[in-house]
Design a protein around this ligand. Structure first.
Ligand code: NAD
Length: 509
């Protein structure tokens, strides 16, 4: 059995955690984890399957049904979550670097991710610690005591994507633990390393045996088994629309609770009045770059659709393209690199396919649209792709309708406020969107009309752990973060106590 502080390199491929033990896959299968900057393997993990999943679920079931965690006082649960946050801060450099190598992001982005993970643990600790234990309901009689209490859902399955591996995991694990659940998580098969490392920290913080489980392995085996498993009470999924739909279908058979955080096609609406001053113009362009290209656009809330007022389009797009060309692409661990590679060859090929189809449909390439030349900071095997701006796009194009999940920005234009709103809402998704304007009234009007789960006014990308995150339409079901993000992991129970019971005489016999 692995020691809780054993580093990844010594653990080898024992990356399945069930009932307090670190295990190899029962089949013995392993998977190499590749560094997206050079496509070379740098770690090896267990390639779990349905059998390993059943083992982990059984351990989580036993820990829930017979273990102490669901009944541990809230103050103790909160204290444990705070200890986890402290351990994350202690290990920030190690974990930030691991996230950078695994997902291809810059080390600084990796560090920020770890800070945000710690914030999530602290937020949910404070939320449960500060809560009333239940809600007393006025039943209309002094002889009735009626109270609604919250209880954990049970065994929670969690399935997470590769773009923000540990952050997405923490938005599930922190509230699930705060509420008293046990869990089994399946991280993305291509970026599992920091989630494995987090399980170590949970154990080190004192989480009882069996509460935390992890199975590394593919979606079609491990993920699918978790979604259908009869002993799982809830499945929380973050990922793409296609896999999310399969999870929802599988979960329906056993009527599990389901939470889905899916993709987005997020509009960034820029009114001309936001660009009237030099400072306003510079800010709007800078943030449009950040919206579209941070983490090479592999962000569910990426502002990949620029919807700009016609009168400022040429000036705005020219400056955007000029600055996009200057983004320094390279291995995320190199000094001065601003943007890493895509996560896989598959993701790059998908991006190339979107750009080719857009150009065939009449889009105009303003920058990018190709792989960069290799350089000392950009090894030849890495999955790099240049930040790409496609002008003169329209809503019928596939690149405007579907999520690219790569560094591609499309440009559409509008003339009136109504037209801007109609374009921004013309998507089957509804995760996030932004409006840039110097007119406060217009800002509030447009924000009120956007059908998206998060709306930014004169900003892009920030989120708060205390504010709900999630989508309208096909962007998902349910919410993460905020009080609703905790409520996902709870059942409400109404306890009605009659202090003076007497017969009701409904039946007279
Ligand atoms: P994906 O759907 O390919 O995979 C997500 C996870 O689901 C992985 O762990 C995968 O192994 C698993 N999976 C795949 N098929 C499955 C199946 N049949 N049953 C069960 N599990 C299965 O997504 P991805 O490519 O890893 O991530 C990118 C997607 O995630 C994008 O669409 C992005 O928008 C979305 N995302 C959404 C949010 C959000 O908060 N809404 C956050 C991050 C990412």
């Amino acid at each position: 059995m692995a020691n809780s502080t054993e580093p990844q390199a010594e653990r080898g491929h024992r990356t399945i955690h069930a009932g307090g033990r670190w295990l190899a896959a029962s089949s013995g299968a392993t998977r190499d984890i590749l560094d997206p900057a050079d496509a070379l393997p740098f770690a090896v993990v267990a390639e779990g399957d349905e059998k390993d999943t059943d083992l982990a679920v059984a351990a989580a079931r036993t820990a829930f049904d017979d273990g102490p965690w669901p009944h541990t006082p809230v103050a103790e649960r909160a204290a444990l979550l705070r200890r986890v946050a402290d351990l994350l801060v202690r290990d920030r450099e190690r974990l930030g670097l691991l996230e950078s190598r695994d997902a291809g992001k810059t080390v600084e982005e990796g560090r920020v991710d770890i800070d945000c993970v710690a914030d999530a643990f602290r937020y949910f600790a404070d939320l449960v610690a500060g809560e009333a234990p239940g809600r007393v309901v006025d039943a209309g009689s002094p002889e009735i005591h009626s109270v609604v209490v919250h209880e954990p859902v049970g065994v929670c399955a969690m399935i997470t994507p590769w773009n923000y591996p540990l952050l997405q995991a923490s938005w599930k694990i922190a509230p699930a633990l705060a509420a008293g659940n046990t869990f089994v998580i399946k991280p993305s098969e291509i970026t599992p390393l920091t989630t494995v490392a987090l399980i170590d920290l949970l154990v080190e913080a004192g989480l009882p045996t069996g509460v935390a489980g992890i199975v590394t392995g593919p979606g079609h085996t491990v993920g699918a088994r978790l979604a259908e498993h009869p002993d799982v009470d809830l499945v929380s999924f973050t990922g793409g629309l296609v896999s999310g739909t399969k999870v929802a279908q599988a979960a329906a058979v056993t009527v599990k609770k389901v939470a889905l955080e899916l993709g987005g096609k997020n509009p960034n609406v820029v009114f001309a009045d936001a660009c009237e001053t030099d400072e306003g113009f510079d800010t709007a362009v800078d943030q449009a770059l950040n919206a579209a290209f941070i983490h090479s656009g592999q962000v569910c809330s990426a502002g990949g659709r620029l919807i700009v007022e016609e009168s400022v389009r040429e000036r705005f797009v020219a400056e955007l393209a000029r600055r996009a060309r200057k983004i320094r692409l390279g291995r995320g661990t190199e000094d001065g690199v601003e943007c890493g590679p895509l996560v896989s060859e598959q993701q790059r090929a998908k991006t190339e396919d979107f750009v080719a189809s857009a150009l065939a449909e009449g889009a105009v390439l303003r920058c990018g649209g190709k792989r960069p030349e290799p350089s000392p900071e950009r090894p030849e095997g890495g999955y790099f792709y240049e930040p790409t701006v496609l002008d003169q796009c329209h809503r019928e194009m596939r690149v405007v309708r579907e999520e690219v999940f790569g560094p591609v920005l499309t440009v559409e234009t509008f003339r009136t406020e109504d037209e801007a709103v109609a374009l921004a809402n013309d998507t089957e998704y509804g995760l996030a969107g932004a409006v840039w304007t110097a007119d406060a009234g217009r800002a509030r009007r447009v924000a009120g009309r956007l059908r998206h789960g998060t709306v930014w006014i004169n900003d892009f990308h920030p989120y708060l752990p205390q504010a709900e995150w999630g989508g309208f339409g096909k962007s998902g079901v349910g919410r993460e973060l905020g009080p609703a993000g905790l409520a996902e992991y709870r059942e409400s129970k109404h306890v009605y106590q009659n202090l003076a019971p007497k017969p009701v005489r409904w039946f007279t016999g």
